[in-house]
Design a protein around this ligand. Structure first.
Ligand code: BES
Ligand code: ZN
Ligand code: ZN
Length: 504
């Protein structure tokens, strides 16, 4: 699919067209509404309410025209506008449009005045690239209803906005494609997407990275044993699948050091282990690898966007099963940095896996900044729902940079506390830390507090994506399943990375 900016003064030729309107403008009087469309619209039908869509089918310049409501100009925000455009794109795609024109909204005087038209065009472009994605490889092709596909998307805007938009749109498309790569890994079921399979996919990604700046190393059980990663190995011991650590290295800067390390929880299936989960919705635990899948997408995006930073990505891949060799509640594990862990619940396995992955990454690469992504706690999803991921860190500037990046790309973050006063919640009587806090008390913070001894003194942020990484409903124009969350966020953060600002 090609997606590009186009001068709105040029004649429009497309199968589908989206015209957007703020509420409560008089739609019939609106200068953008072509005369051929005006006659077929009853004013009461369309008021421009947020997300409202009315489709007109006519023999005009486009056979399908969607009038898209953006809501009250002073009340809406960019997230809602972007979602509305992506949903409208989806409707036109289903209507078998091959070419789609999206008329950009006028931003002057609206709640969106703090965002430029070029960045909004970029946001819409990446959302459209992601709205175009479907996971249908296991569905047989239906001869009667061939798959619909869009070849071209034009973002129509004033000529003055085109140079800046061309840049932001091309960057955004690369981000959207990287996120789609992550989604295609997330959506694979656990019987296919084993740690070895994901590692092999990551290797394919590294090989196909165009500028050859992405290298990969895969470590299996023997190497993990040599590195004393006993915590991660314990989590995988109940499964027939061999645990793997994938290390992806992207060098885009001239200096030698690592600017950032991105670490992802990759539990390919989380049955809970001996502390087994209830069956309802257990199928969704194939998405417990989402953090690791995001890492692979992020590193692929670094390479395609040619970001001028050195980034290392670490995906910790392991399956949590209740086999005869499984680890048990009561076990005491020693992670690779010597820190001991008392296991009180084998379902709190993500933090146990991350313990080794973070300690290994910190020691091996000494990155200036470390960020981890993990579907870590149900508590985070209870607190924030599916609209924001949790960010936990003691580094205020890192938190605000990540939050800003989230606002710029539409993947919102909300800070949860990580004060030292919470550390007691995970102190163990028999080891350094225990893997559960008090049930029902500050669960997301307990998860992050547990990770502190494995990170040491460095700029680090933990992103809890349990509520946002995937979903059973379409969201903001994206199909249900993996949402590729975290990919655009971290790429956006890395795009603005300033080494001088990093301090603990
Ligand atoms: N993978 C889950 C967290 C999760 C829950 C992700 C729901 C997405 C949706 C994690 O491994 C887990 O089970 N965490 C436990 C921790 C508890 C036992 C301390 C939880 O959140 O209940
Ligand atoms: Zn679990
Ligand atoms: Zn888990």
């Amino acid at each position: 699919m090609k997606i590009y900016a186009q001068d709105s003064k040029n004649a429009m030729h497309a199968d589908g067209l989206v015209l957007s309107f703020w509420q409560p403008e008089d739609v019939k009087q609106h200068p953008k509404l072509p005369s051929w469309a005006a006659g077929s619209l009853d004013a009461a039908e369309f008021i421009g309410a947020a997300g409202q869509m009315v489709m007109i089918r006519k023999n005009g310049p486009a056979r399908c025209v969607i009038l898209l409501g953006l809501g009250m100009a002073e009340k809406t925000n960019s997230h809602a506008v972007v979602a509305a455009y992506a949903q409208a794109f989806g409707v036109l795609k289903n209507a078998r449009c091959k070419t789609v024109a999206l008329e950009m909204p006028a931003l002057v005087g609206h709640a969106l005045h703090n965002i430029s038209l070029s960045s909004l065009a970029g946001r819409i472009a990446s959302q459209v690239v992601m709205a175009d994605y479907v996971f249908d490889k296991y569905k047989p092709a239906d001869k009667d209803t061939p798959k619909s596909s869009v070849d071209e998307v034009m973002l129509r805007m004033p000529a003055a906005n085109m140079p800046a938009s061309a840049i932001s749109v091309s960057r955004a498309v690369l981000m959207g494609e990287a996120a789609n790569l992550t989604r295609s890994l997330q959506n694979e079921p656990a019987n296919v997407a084993t740690p070895s399979w994901i590692a092999a996919e990551a290797a394919k990604t590294a090989r196909s990275a165009k500028n050859g700046k992405l290298s990969i190393r895969v470590m299996g059980r023997a190497e993990l044993l040599k590195l004393k990663m006993n915590a991660m190995l314990a989590v995988g011991s109940g499964s027939a699948q061999e645990p793997k650590i994938v290390v992806l290295q992207y060098r885009g800067a001239a200096h030698n050091g690592w600017d950032a390390a991105i670490v992802g929880k990759g539990v390919t299936f989380d049955s809970g282990g001996i502390s087994i989960k209830p069956s309802s919705k257990m199928d969704e635990m194939k998405f417990d690898k989402s953090g690791a899948c995001a890492v692979i997408g992020i590193l692929s995006g670094c390479a395609s966007m040619r970001l001028p930073v050195n980034v290392v990505g670490v995906a910790a891949l392991v399956e949590n099963m209740p086999g005869g060799h499984a680890y048990r509640p009561g076990d005491i594990l020693t992670a690779c940095n010597g820190t001991t862990i008392e296991v009180l619940n084998t379902d709190a396995e993500g933090r146990v896996v991350l313990a080794d992955a973070l300690a290994y990454t910190a020691k091996t690469f000494e990155p200036a900044v470390m960020v981890d992504l993990a579907t870590l706690t149900g508590a985070c999803s209870v607190a924030l729902g599916d609209l924001a991921s949790g960010v936990l860190s003691e580094n205020d500037s890192l938190v605000s940079e990540l939050i800003d990046a989230g606002e710029r790309c539409g993947e919102r973050l909300w800070r949860l506390p990580l004060w030292p006063e919470y550390d007691d919640k995970v102190k163990s009587e028999v080891a350094v830390v225990k893997n559960t806090g008090e049930p029902g008390v500050a669960g997301a913070t307990a998860g992050a507090s547990f990770l502190k001894p494995f990170v040491g003194e460095r700029a680090w942020a933990h992103l809890d994506i349990a509520g946002t990484a995937y979903g059973s409903k379409p969201k903001a124009g994206l199909a249900a399943g993996g949402y590729g969350l975290g990919v655009r966020l971290v790429l956006e953060y890395l795009s603005e990375y300033k080494p001088a600002k990093k301090k603990k």
